[in-house]
Design a protein around this ligand. Sequence first.
Ligand code: NDP
Length: 507
Amino acid sequence: MTAVQSRAESTITVHNPATGAVSGTVPIDEPETVAAKAAQLVAAQPEWEALGPTGRKRWMLEWQGWILDNADRITEVLISETGKSHVDASLEAVATADAIAYWATHAKEFLADRHPKAHSPIYRVKRFTTAYRPYPLVGVITPWNFPFAMPGLDVPPALAAGAAVLLKPSEVTPLSAVEFVRGWAEIGAPPVLGLTTGYGETGQAVIEHADFLQFTGSTATGRKVAVACAQRLIPYGLELGGKDPAIVLADADLDRAANGIAWGGLFNSGQVCVSVERVYVEAPVYDEFVAKLAARVGEVQQGQDGDTGAMATEAQRDIVARHVDEATAAGARVVTGGKPTGVGTYFAPTVIADVDSSMTCMTEETFGPTLPVIKVADENEAIRLANDSPYGLSATVWTADKRRGERLARRLEVGAVNVNDALVNVFCPGLPMGGWKESGIGYRAGGASGIIKYCRQQAITTPRLPTQKSELLWYPSSKRRMAMTLAVMRAFAARGRRRFGLRPRNG
Ligand code: NDP
């Protein structure tokens, strides 16, 4: 049973992958429908931009209130289309409310005009302004692993910037996005947040009309999205796959490391772009750590009322099973778990020991509740193996020495490193969130740059002095004025004798 079982002519039927129950239906929008929705959003955008950050903040905080008031219902909808546990699902509405507050309250400061100083005295006669003007329509394409929180990461900063947004959720989990957009409509906010549902073709149609495209999903689809954006010459941000390493050093608190890595690897059944996907442990503590990790993972309860839930699709469960089977066939040892439970799309939380770096569980994104562990001689080997990946999303380092942790962080080729913790950076929009290498392009958050990315920067110059009839370089051209202008520019740009058109004495 997959989450999306049937494709009627014009609707998608959504199923709960844990039980097979039908959860709802959404329309499949044809390209003409997407075009019409985009046109309506673009028509409404100028008024939204004109409200300014303070006017927009009012609507965004009202929307935040609606989300918090409806958090229980949103959680139920999430469970019904993902098979998540209640604890995993309940985080999404509140985390989204937190992000909305951040962008709504900081937008005024982040979008304020900047007035850069003139780089040369010649230009001090001008007042310089950098203004931030939103892209009219931002397209946001989101995956199925966090159907409410993923739009919650990308839509609020775009709205706060003054853009209109057209959201296209995954075909597997569109119902939470319906709630996300319903909240905006129910508070009576300006019609600048729209929803379009359907398959990949609907996503392609969004790209056809967007002025900026923010995408989260697989590296393979991200590449296609990048090509489509390049053809239209529109900018984009991509948040893609990962294979995040954890490095456990011999001086680490092994109980904390085992607890943190278990959570970082199994949260949301491992269907997190930044989940811990491979673990490197220094040899002296390898056996002890594997035992502690296996004990922790073995205690994890699955089910709607447990710690963690089902996989979002059968296909995803099958990838996890393949990675485990290929590892054991090549000599790795399953310490706990290792199999689908046989119920819905559940896969038992798994620890695999004695893994080697060539196994698919170490090279391909698993996106499931598995923790393959490998023994390393020292920190240098750990760093070398951790960096030996096409992905570069995030990593964790576990050590009693915080300085050593930070030092190792700076040697890792990834966009984020948590020392003695996991996933925490994702909940902090003041920090950049962006994948290096094949894990993405652009930064999703990160304070001012997380909102400025949804803006076109505009340079404005205005005279400081009373205006003249003409300027030095204007027509009619004059050799004398040109020579004078060049001499002044040279005098301010160059150093030493070159300022006066002379060569250096020793030159
Ligand atoms: P995809 O990357 O295929 O899908 C992500 C989103 O892109 C969905 O909304 C999808 O719509 C849409 N889409 C698909 N094709 C196109 C296209 N040509 N143009 C525009 N939009 C398109 O992810 P999958 O669901 O297939 O997952 C595959 C793998 O990706 C997983 O196994 C996992 O490894 C990784 N993944 C990574 C995530 C992350 O957070 N970095 C999140 C989810 C998955 P639709 O679903 O309707 O086809």
